[in-house]
Structures are given as structure tokens and as C-alpha cells.
Design a protein around this ligand. Structure first.
Ligand code: SAM
Length: 220
């Protein structure tokens, strides 16, 4: 009896820990999600509603592409993206927290991946190359970024003309952003809405950088 109840107790404990962690984060907006909470990202629930392959499909990622994974966290999207783009493509995994990048590095080493470059930076710091990427991802990250306009400006600059920024938000992320809030910032930066896929509890908004840009890309 006690043995049968053990998995349920563990699950109950994990749910409680998750709720507690989310509540604490709600009290401290704009703080980056600590690497100790990676289990909130890498679990069957997230895989089902916002799994890496699904998000790569939604952004039409194919072999040979160059991908910018902004706020890569533990590399949930980074590693599958690297496999999908293959040897002729590349993934740049950017995160403000060294601890997250260390998690990605461990996976890179364990899996023998050679087409991922780690970039320790904040989104908006201007550390990325201009006109370089076919796709950029912001998956449950935007709400944690204090200067969202600066972050989207950098991503706009980093994308090739015609490139796509794929933003995914998941409920009940305490930093959840609505489609309307994202569109307002995207419009200010110069992105064009491409399409929206999914609704509740997760949606993806794809935004494209126009081929003929109305905003000049300044060298940094
Ligand atoms: C909730 S996690 C999402 C991780 C990953 N995108 C995923 O879906 O599994 C948010 C990540 O964004 C990073 N982050 C937060 N603010 C950032 C900023 N200003 N610049 C770059 N990364 C940031 C955090 O360090 C954290 O790794």
C-alpha cells in the first residue's frame, strides 16, 4: 500500500514545489528563471504543449538554417534545433545566466554536438551579429526581460531580411505575455505579424522581419 502511494506522493511534492516556485517568481517579476527550476521546463507537460519539435515545426526550421535561441535556458530547444539544422546549420544559444549555459554545455558534450555556440549575454546587449539568422526563438522568455523593446530590436537586427522570430508563451508561466502585448512591442520594432498558432495553454506568434526593412540596421 505504502509502496503504491509513493509515486503519488512524489508527484504531489513536485506539484507543490512547482506552485511554490511559481508563486515566489510572481512576487519578483523580471528575475531570470533560476537554473534550479529547470524541471519546470523539462517535463512531460511542457513537452506536450510546447515541445521542441512542435515549436521547430511551427517556425518551419529546416536543414542548413542558422538559429538564435534567446533565453535558451537548459537547452530544451537548442539541442533539438541543432539536430534539425544539421552540420550545415548552426545554433547560437544565448542566455543571461551562466548556470543555464553550463547545463547546455553538459548536453553538448554528452551528445557530441558540434554546431552550437554559447553566448553569455542579456537580450538587448547587442552581442549578436547583424543579418545572420534565419530564425530566432523566444520561448517563455519575453516576460523576464526588463527592456523588451531593446531585446526585440536586437533580434530584428540579428535576423536576415525575411527571417522569423518565433515567440511562444505558456500558461501558467508567471511572466506570461498576451498576444496583444507582444504585437504592440513587435509593431514598435518593425516586425510584421506572420501567423499565430495555438491558443490555450500555449500559443506561438511568428513575426517576420520584412525583406525591405523600414528600419535601418545600425552597426554596433
Ligand atoms: C523560463 S526560461 C525558458 C528557457 C527556454 N527558452 C525553454 O523554453 O526551455 C527563461 C530563460 O530566459 C533567460 N533570460 C531571462 N532574462 C533574460 C535576458 N534579459 N537576456 C537573456 N536571457 C534571459 C533565463 O536565464 C532563462 O534561462
Amino acid at each position: 500500500m505504502a509502496t503504491r502511494q509513493f509515486p503519488r506522493l512524489v508527484l504531489f511534492g513536485l506539484v507543490l514545489a512547482g506552485i511554490g516556485a511559481l508563486w515566489r517568481r510572481r512576487q519578483h517579476p523580471h528575475l531570470p528563471c533560476p537554473s534550479s527550476l529547470s524541471f519546470l521546463l523539462e517535463n512531460p507537460f511542457m513537452n506536450r504543449i510546447a515541445g521542441a519539435e512542435l515549436l521547430l515545426d511551427r517556425a518551419h526550421v529546416t536543414a542548413g538554417m542558422r538559429i538564435l535561441d534567446v533565453g535558451c535556458g537548459p537547452g530544451r530547444i537548442t539541442l533539438p534545433a541543432a539536430r534539425r539544422v544539421g552540420a550545415t546549420g548552426e545554433v547560437v544559444a544565448l542566455d543571461i545566466q551562466q548556470a543555464m549555459l553550463q547545463r547546455v554545455q553538459k548536453k553538448i558534450s554528452a551528445q557530441g554536438v558540434t554546431n552550437v555556440r554559447l553566448l553569455h549575454a542579456g537580450a538587448g546587449d547587442g552581442k549578436t551579429d547583424a543579418n545572420t539568422f534565419d530564425r530566432a526563438f523566444l520561448v517563455t522568455v519575453l516576460g523576464e526581460i526588463p527592456d523588451k523593446v531593446a531585446a526585440l530590436r536586437e533580434i530584428y537586427r540579428a535576423l536576415k531580411p525575411g527571417g522569423i522570430l518565433s515567440i511562444t508563451e505558456v500558461f501558467p508561466d508567471p511572466d506570461f505575455q498576451t498576444p496583444a502585448a507582444i504585437r504592440a512591442i513587435a509593431d514598435e520594432v518593425g516586425f510584421i505579424p506572420h501567423n499565430r498558432i495555438g491558443t490555450f495553454p500555449a500559443f506561438t506568434l511568428n513575426l517576420s522581419k520584412p525583406v525591405t526593412s523600414r528600419i535601418e540596421v545600425q552597426p554596433t
